[in-house]
Design a protein around this ligand. Structure first.
Ligand SMILES: Cc1cc2nc3c(=O)[nH]c(=O)nc-3n(C[C@H](O)[C@H](O)[C@H](O)COP(=O)(O)OP(=O)(O)OC[C@H]3O[C@@H](n4cnc5c(N)ncnc54)[C@H](O)[C@@H]3O)c2cc1C
Length: 451
């Protein structure tokens, strides 16, 4: 296992840049470093991605005698926000991943396995190859499940066939970049869709559409392509402070937006999409089928909580978050509503905010502190305000940096508080492309830069 202290030194270099950019403050770092606790108990973390690894690192630092086990089958740790930049030729594929063994904190016991079920009554986890594993406290961070099979006519393995692409996959992002370059030469109709379920980074499908548009302008082939964006939602973006400018950008770029339209399937041999336009009048839903031919397609697959979460009685059973089985937790403390020794954060959490690693960055200290309170037999006191950020890349050089809370109020980080963040900014592009990736690998995954 690597020596994490070396990584910490490396991180402090990045911290200097980011605190200059105001993204994290020195106070934030030291406040987190100073805390320690002698709370005891066996902690098991399911899922070692953005949330699971950051939790392991922070708990390891805060607990005097940490007893932490991580279960995750992956060989690689991907910086998923980088997939959009791979798909637009800004990053090379090798820039967005590291070996998982180099990311797991040194004092954390890593079991390389898949969780099949959790029994929250007997505090047992069923794994694929390592039998049952017991816990005193469970950190549930397995991310979300991409349900590729719910789009008829295409699977994860056939991505790229019939020029139908998705950046919600590492290989898919690479194929998208090749296809965008080709599309800008051949021209034709480009169709971009999101999906009807909650999905990782709601801005990602919009970003790749805007980047593809700008790429054709850079190649001086814009007149050869027509682009359309289809959203399943009833508005393009639902954070009022940022929506007007985003709509303006789509209008200026001549990209028509089609609302309340879901992608159902793709005929890759005919290069044709099948969609449903859904209009709700009172209690009645009027569904109008739409068929469109395309030359280039970017689609977003439906997503949900992982099956093992849904089958373990941990999900919401009613309300908007029940349909896809998101975990039933208190939206402020992140503690499970039924089982008080389970805490959940990240993409699988059933809370009304965006599924982004920026949100994870703010959730981790709350979840770690509350878990330690529970281990001490105290009530969880720390509260998460729903902060999430979505850097919507509007072109090669600008980002509309959307930061907001549960109430959709803007929450700009300093020094962006001094700029008009309802508009796209070049400074936010530099943050997105140069700062956030090292902050992820060297800071956040080591338990630093969280606040
Ligand atoms: C194309 C794209 C663009 C994005 N853009 C942005 C952006 O610009 N800004 C931003 O902040 N975020 C962005 N995100 C979202 C961000 O990557 C996620 O929100 C973040 O990774 C969530 O962290 P997580 O720990 O919940 O899940 P993940 O990081 O996905 O980690 C989940 C982990 O759980 C493991 N796991 C899953 N099932 C099991 C099981 N059964 N047993 C054991 N382990 C399991 C997986 O192997 C994985 O390691 C983007 C994502 C994508 C795909």
């Amino acid at each position: 296992m690597p020596n994490r202290k070396i990584n910490r030194r490396k991180f402090l270099k990045v911290a200097a840049i980011t605190s200059a950019a105001g993204l994290i403050t020195a106070t934030g770092i030291y406040k987190l470093t100073e805390f320690s606790s002698n709370a005891k108990g066996k902690i098991v973390i399911i899922g070692g991605g953005a949330a699971g690894l950051s939790m392991a690192a922070l708990l390891q630092r805060w607990l005097d005698e940490p007893d932490i086990t991580l279960i995750d089958p992956s060989d690689r740790q991907y910086y998923q926000p980088g997939f959009t930049l791979v798909a637009s030729g800004v990053y090379t594929p090798d820039e967005v991943w590291k070996d998982q063994k180099d990311c797991v904190p040194s004092q954390t016991k890593w079991i390389k396995d898949i969780v099949k079920e959790v029994n929250p009554v007997s505090n047992q986890i069923v794994t694929e190859s390592n039998g049952n594993i017991s816990y005193d406290f469970l950190v549930l961070t397995p991310g979300l499940q991409i349900n590729w099979e719910k789009t008829e006519g295409i699977t994860k393995d056939t991505l790229g066939l019939g020029n139908a692409h998705s950046i919600y996959d590492f290989e898919g992002a690479q194929k998208t970049w090749t296809a965008i370059q080709e599309f800008s030469k051949t021209g034709g109709k480009g169709i971009f869709t999101d999906t009807y379920t909650k999905h990782k980074c709601g801005g990602a499908p919009k970003k790749i559409c805007l980047l593809a548009e700008h790429y054709t302008r850079k190649q001086e082939t814009r007149d050869n392509v027509t682009l359309s964006y289809y959203t399943a939602a009833n508005e393009l973006y639902d954070v009022p402070y940022y929506t007007p400018r985003l709509l303006e950008i789509y209008n200026e770029r001549n990209i028509p937006i089609h609302l309340t339209t879901r992608l159902k399937g793709v005929d890759t041999s005919a290069k044709r999409v099948y969609m449903d336009h859904i209009e709700t009048i009172g209690d009645e839903k009027i569904i109008t089928p739409i068929t469109e031919d395309y030359e280039f397609l970017h689609f977003t697959p439906p997503m949900s909580a992982p099956d093992f979460v849904k089958n373990s009685g941990l999900s919401w059973t009613e309300g908007k978050l029940a349909d896809e089985g998101w975990v039933m937790i208190d939206k402020e403390t992140l503690v499970h509503k039924t089982y008080s020794n389970i805490i959940c954060l990240g993409d699988c959490a059933g809370i009304p905010t965006s599924k982004t690693s920026a949100a994870v960055r703010k959730q981790v200290p709350v979840a770690a502190m509350n878990l330690i309170s529970l281990m001490d037999g105290k009530s969880p006191e720390m509260k998460y305000n729903g902060y999430a950020a979505c850097p919507i890349i509007t072109d090669y050089g600008h980002v509309l940096l959307c930061e907001f809370d549960y109430d959709k109020n803007p929450q700009p980080s300093a020094p962006f508080t001094m700029m008009d963040m309802s508009k796209e900014q070049a400074a936010a592009w530099h943050l997105k492309v140069k700062v956030l990736k090292p902050l992820y690998f060297n800071g956040m995954l080591n338990g630093y830069g969280l606040s």
